[in-house]
Write a protein that binds this ligand. Sequence first.
Ligand SMILES: *Cc1c(COP(=O)(O)O)cnc(C)c1O
Length: 398
Amino acid sequence: MDDLKGMAARTRLVHAGRHPHDNHGVVNPPVYHASTILQPSLAVWEASRKPDFPGYRYGRAGTPTSRSFEEAVADLYGAADAVAVSSGLAAIACALMAVLRAGDHLLVSDSAYFPTRKFCDQMLARYGVETTYYDPRLGGRIADLLRPNTRAVFTEAPGSLTFEMQDIPAIAAAAHAHGAVVLTDNTWGTALHFDALGKGVDIVVEAVTKYICGHSDVMMGLIASTAEHAGAVRDMVRLHGNCSGPDDLYLAQRGLRTMGVRLKQNEANGLALATWLEGRPEVSKVLHPGLPSHPDHALWQRDFSGASGLFSFVLRPVPRAALAAFLDGLKLYGMGASWGGFESLILPGDPKALRTATTWDEPGQLLRIHAGLEDVDDLIADLEAGLERLTAAAKAAA
Ligand SMILES: *Cc1c(COP(=O)(O)O)cnc(C)c1O
């Protein structure tokens, strides 16, 4: 919508992609359940087969429901185009396949979301694309790893388990000087906190499943691209036959409208929990780029305008029974994959098993927390009771 130009992201989030007066004044876009879409005449049918047809041709290729969500997301990212796909992982897969072909070399951050690595190692390798993992903190020294056939550099900042930041502008400058495409997984930052395309990224992916949806009830991903890559990305999504269902698209656009206020609360609760954990004797390290103690705090301050509610911390070594006493008695933190919903979560992680370019030497257990929207004092009290159980169980085992 042109009349939103120059307005803040939190304003555009509320208004972009909605056209109430095209739909009887109804505030939210209608949910079109569609496979077949009829054309009124032979002439329009023929026009509808052309790539530049402005209307709708088939459910998989887009409906007013998908287009409205995609318009909002493209506006938020300042992208030439955005496309919704069936999951965050599908967004990663389609974005990588849109730029890579057999014989190409790909650089991927060692801290990347683990299924991204699996896709590179098990899928891309089969089609003749070689992946090298790199130290997420190497910044402009990525130039040393670029080969004549390096076609793309994949980033994720911060890493969603270990929270290293990446100097994306420096990486992008080196990659672009070499003619390589820069991709980023911006699920943690979202369009509100990290202006990926403005910082040199060409193609940004985000798991809509997390903060945009925000209610732990939808699987979806998005790919937003600069004009140079938009066509290749949309073609690849089409070739995969990937699309999202109308009810999920509706929930995603509804989640988008409130993401601004939700994220503020996730951020505040996450920072409060991280700060509190940093003062606890049971904890050896807190991994949250928003903390001044984080080694990449300055980079986060330079490039990001906020944090989400996801961070990790490392316990001092304790017997497994003590870890179980801590986790099993928590009342407010669910133990389950994913994040970005209204509720708090906690999950053990094992970075050592997941990396190849860097090492992970923390002796204690890593735990990843998603700070939900609960009252922060209740969240802290639940953790405090848990750490007391942990200490009691560790003493009993000693
Ligand atoms: C969850 C997640 C994904 C994948 O999203 P799905 O919708 O679960 O496929 C990708 N990247 C990051 C950082 C994630 O946390």
